[in-house]
Design a binder for this molecule. Structure first.
Ligand SMILES: Nc1nc2c(ncn2[C@@H]2O[C@H](COP(=O)(O)OP(=O)(O)OP(=O)(O)O)[C@@H](O)[C@H]2O)c(=O)[nH]1
Length: 364
């Protein structure tokens, strides 16, 4: 069963959805073709004509299914091919009218059903155009029926059918317009919601001053790295980084200057990192560097590069250019060690880096 479904619908999710909708429409319309074929056969219409209509109608349905299922329609502006399908189906329904004799009223609900398919995709204007086109085709078919078989076709009945189509086809088009406006509004609301969610996620994970990840998000990234390591994943390293003599910046130049230094440091330090490395603001003038899939040797290289880059950094504060330096404590993950224990080691290493004169990296 699954193999049959895969063969009929394909595997790619978008194509699968489109192909399943198309298959439903195709099966439904094949049913309608059978009904109209039955009506035309009963009416005594020329057999050759009835069979030509039936084969052409089924062929058109299978062709549309093939165009959608093969993925060809995805290259067009409207991959569901709604408009051409409605036009072709309405032409087939209209052609069935003169063939169906006394059962010709069956064409009316089928034509309506075809227009209803446009409700899911079309704009109001397109639906109105299609409704008028459908009405024009059906009117032509009715006129043909009256002209070719004047004795078999009751004109008052045909006029009744025509009035029915005149009222209901534009009615469906107007409803389609309303649904299209609702769809549009829903899409807008979904976009606004997605933007709001992205903003909330940003606020929840980012530090407002530096734009780096905040402590909460860094904690969850650390947890993930630690879990991976516990499951036998590759080692990772954590470095706690603290700006040296940062208090002086605040004391001599003011808090705003301190903020500018924090931002400049964050930007500069983040520059040389790989996408798998994470620099987060751990709190105050302390930062956490998480180096996934990295051993101590690799981590020391990253921190050396960072030291060199930050040594070149000059932060303009008023007339002055301030230099920035940092100390770091580095800890590599160890099997069977808890995360708090690992962070405690990094913190002790940072304490030693400060005690040993700052501007250095100490690893434990
Ligand atoms: N401007 C600014 N200052 C901050 C922020 N967060 C913490 N600080 C300041 O950072 C300073 C931290 O100083 P300390 O940890 O005492 O030490 P330090 O001067 O950096 O000296 P060492 O770390 O020992 O090299 C304090 O003055 C805090 O007020 C912030 O967001 N903005």
């Amino acid at each position: 069963m699954k193999r049959l479904a895969d063969a009929l619908l394909g595997l790619e999710p978008k194509l699968r959805l489109r192909a399943s909708q198309q298959l439903f429409a195709t099966l439904l319309f094949l049913g309608c073709i059978l009904i109209l074929h039955y009506a035309a056969t009963l009416s005594g219409a020329p057999r050759g004509l009835v069979w030509a209509w039936t084969v052409l109608s089924i062929g058109a349905q299978l062709l549309f299914y093939g165009l959608v299922r093969s993925g060809w329609s995805a290259r067009t502006a409207e991959p569901s091919l709604t408009v051409p399908q409605i036009v072709v189906a309405q032409a087939a329904a209209a052609a069935a009218y003169p063939l169906s004799g006394p059962l010709s009223p069956l064409v009316l609900p089928i034509s309506m059903l075809i227009l209803v398919f446009g409700m899911f995709r079309l704009s109001g204007a397109a639906a109105v155009r299609l409704a008028w086109l459908s009405l024009a085709m059906l009117s032509g078919a009715m006129a043909l029926a009256v002209w070719v078989w004047p004795r078999d076709v009751a004109l008052p009945l045909v006029i009744g059918h025509w009035m029915m189509a005149l009222v209901t086809f534009p009615g469906v088009a107007i409803l389609t317009g309303r649904i299209s406006t609702m769809r549009h509004r829903l899409r807008e609301q979904r976009e606004q919601l997605n933007q709001a969610l992205a903003r909330i996620e940003e606020l929840a994970t980012r530090d407002a001053l530096t734009g780096l990840y905040n402590r909460r998000h860094a904690q969850s990234l650390l947890e993930q790295a630690w879990q991976r390591r516990q499951r036998g994943g590759s080692p990772f390293c954590v470095a706690l980084i603290d700006l040296d003599h940062f208090k002086r910046v605040n004391d001599y130049h003011g808090h705003a200057a301190g903020d500018a230094v924090l931002c400049a440091f964050a930007h500069c330090a983040e520059q040389g990192l790989r996408t798998t490395d994470t620099l987060a603001r751990w709190g105050g003038e302390e930062f956490l560097l998480l180096l996934d899939h990295t051993d101590t040797f690799g981590a020391l290289q990253v921190l050396e590069r960072m030291q060199a880059a930050v040594a070149q950094l000059l932060v303009p504060v008023g007339e002055e250019l301030l230099r920035v330096g940092f100390s770091a404590g580095l800890a590599a993950s160890q099997p069977d060690e808890t995360l708090p224990k690992m962070l405690e080691r990094a913190d002790q290493a940072l304490y030693r880096a400060k005690a040993e004169g700052r501007g250095r990296v100490v690893r434990v």
